[in-house]
Design a protein around this ligand. Structure first.
Ligand code: NAP
Length: 280
């Protein structure tokens, strides 16, 4: 049997094994998917184990830490400086980034375009990727961050200028006002268990044309609830999580999953989460 894994630390109650095992089932493949949780000081000693997987996914803190251990890296992963899917060929590691594919397919299936004004709240790992991708696609991007990460936001803007010749406007999150276009939450504000929080006030959501919240637990965040009450198109992060996994299988095995099949899997995983939370 082939073995696949998610590596990271700490991994907690990740949904990845359920998602990938369902994808293997849909592909008719005999394979298992494990959680491989080890602390950063063990990364070096762990490399021989990683080389024995057929392929593996990566989450925090290894998305950047593994970059210099790879034999090859895709153009996307190089641009975002982040690898979340690795294929092992003859014991050598080849890295790619399917988080961005997950993001783009989620917008596509919700009928949302990445053009015109786009406002990204949060300048961490995914905020940086969303902002760079939107800038690459020619959107007018504002990267809004709280005071403690304004410097990170400025670095992203400098990177966009240098690598893409594109301008990203940087703004303190608290000062967002007026039309914001597609509003993207790339902060953990509103994530379980602090579900009463939102990255921006309701008045800012009223100024958005649509909302994408990358949080997937809960499936309806306060931000999404406001957007829906205000009649705005709104989509949550479970789509991105399932699509990034489906895109990894596409890279590893050449399987292309339809929007219908992935849509069903997204609903299944939202139900799994709800059941898990109900059980405490
Ligand atoms: P990260 O690197 O830690 O960045 C988080 C950013 O949000 C930082 O700029 C941080 O500011 C800011 N922030 C944190 N709490 C905030 C608050 N209460 N109000 C305003 N800004 C706040 O994290 P990440 O890896 O980018 O992940 C961000 C979110 O995306 C997480 O909730 C994660 O679960 C989600 N995510 C979803 C998927 C998916 O597939 N759906 C994939 C990856 C990540 P400071 O730097 O000042 O702390």
């Amino acid at each position: 049997m082939l073995h696949y894994a998610l590596i990271g630390h700490p991994l907690g109650h990740s949904l990845s094994p359920q998602i990938h095992r369902r994808l293997f089932q849909l592909e008719g493949m005999e394979a298992d998917y494990l959680l491989d949780d080890f602390p950063p000081q063990e990364l070096e000693a762990h490399l021989p184990i990683l080389r024995r997987y057929a392929a593996f996914n990566i989450t925090i803190p290894y998305k950047t830490a593994l970059l210099d251990r790879l034999a090859g890296i895709s153009e996307n992963a190089r641009l975002y400086g982040s690898v979340n899917a690795v294929q092992v060929k003859d014991g050598r590691l080849y890295g790619d980034n399917t988080d961005c594919t997950g993001f783009l397919r989620t917008l596509e299936s919700a009928g949302l375009a990445l053009r015109g004004p786009v406002c990204v709240a949060g300048a961490g790992g995914v905020g940086r990727m969303f902002a760079l991708e939107a800038a690459r696609q020619g959107a007018q991007v504002t990267l809004a961050a709280r005071a403690s990460s304004l410097d990170k936001a400025r670095q992203v803007a400098a990177e966009a200028r240098e690598k893409l010749g594109a301008e990203i406007a940087v703004q303190p999150l608290e000062t967002l006002a007026g039309p914001v276009g597609l509003l993207i939450n790339a902060t953990p504000a509103g994530m379980y268990p602090r579900v009463e929080a939102a990255p921006v006030p309701r008045a800012v959501v009223a100024e958005a044309s649509a909302v994408f919240d990358c949080i997937y637990n809960p499936s309806q965040t306060l931000l999404l609830q406001w957007a829906r009450e205000l009649g705005k198109p709104a989509v949550g992060g479970m789509g991105m999580l399932v699509w990034q996994a489906a895109a990894a299988h596409e890279l590893w095995h050449g399987t292309r999953f339809s929007h219908r099949v992935v849509g069903q899997l997204i609903q299944e995983m939202e139900a799994v989460l709800e059941e898990r939370e109900a059980q405490g």
